[in-house]
Design a protein around this ligand. Structure first.
Ligand SMILES: [Zn+2]
Length: 202
């Protein structure tokens, strides 16, 4: 980033929070560039011991199979984002239950286009048979672990997340809990926390 997104001045550097950062020279503007960040949300949807996979129609990785998911819009609640991605990519209606895993990856010179949080949710299947647009997605279906092992290319991160979900069946992840207990609901917030195990499952 070379120019201030607020006032278009050429950025200089400023010592802030223990390191040099790109910053606007206009003190009254005060813009500091902390980096480029993005959030992804992905979905493990299991029906009858089979997990929902979609086949990528676009590069990179055209032809490979993965769990549905995508970028969370900056003004979009993450729970809505993950359910939207499942619907868009597979036509399946599913409801997010809990967070089962996340990946933090550093972007820029080391990795992808931005530093990214990729949050993996477990969703309850509601309805709909997998279908696809034959453009962004060129295949969709529910597959068992045995069937996946026969498929040419299942993305490693997806397989890892599916394994987690299947082995953690009956265990709780981080549940959405906005507005319960002592924590009031707040516009724009979605809180997730551990829930004590259900005694019926112990
Ligand atoms: Zn500025």
């Amino acid at each position: 980033m070379r120019y201030c997104p607020n006032c278009s001045l050429t950025l200089t550097t400023k010592f802030d929070g223990g390191r040099e950062r790109s910053a606007c020279p206009d003190e009254s503007c005060g813009f500091i560039h902390f980096g480029n960040f993005s959030i992804g949300a992905a979905a493990v949807v299991i029906r009858d011991s089979k997990a929902l996979l979609v086949q990528r129609g676009w590069e990179p990785g055209r032809g490979s199979w993965q769990i549905p998911g995508g970028y969370v819009e900056h003004d979009e609640p993450i729970l809505e984002a993950v359910e939207r991605e499942v619907m868009e990519e597979s036509g399946v209606t599913a409801k997010a239950r809990d967070v089962i895993a996340f990946r933090h990856s550093i972007g820029g010179s080391i990795g992808g286009p931005s530093t990214n949080m990729y949050v993996v949710f477990r969703l309850d299947y509601i309805e709909g048979e997998p279908k696809f647009d034959n453009d962004e997605v060129i295949g969709a279906g529910f597959y068992s672990l045995d069937e996946m092992s026969q498929m040419a290319s299942v993305q490693g991160l997806s397989r890892w997340a599916i394994d987690k979900a299947m082995r953690a069946d009956g265990l709780g992840g981080l549940h959405p809990e906005n507005g319960v207990g002592s924590m009031p609901a707040r516009p724009g917030w979605q809180l997730f926390g551990l829930t004590p195990p259900d005694p019926d499952l112990m």
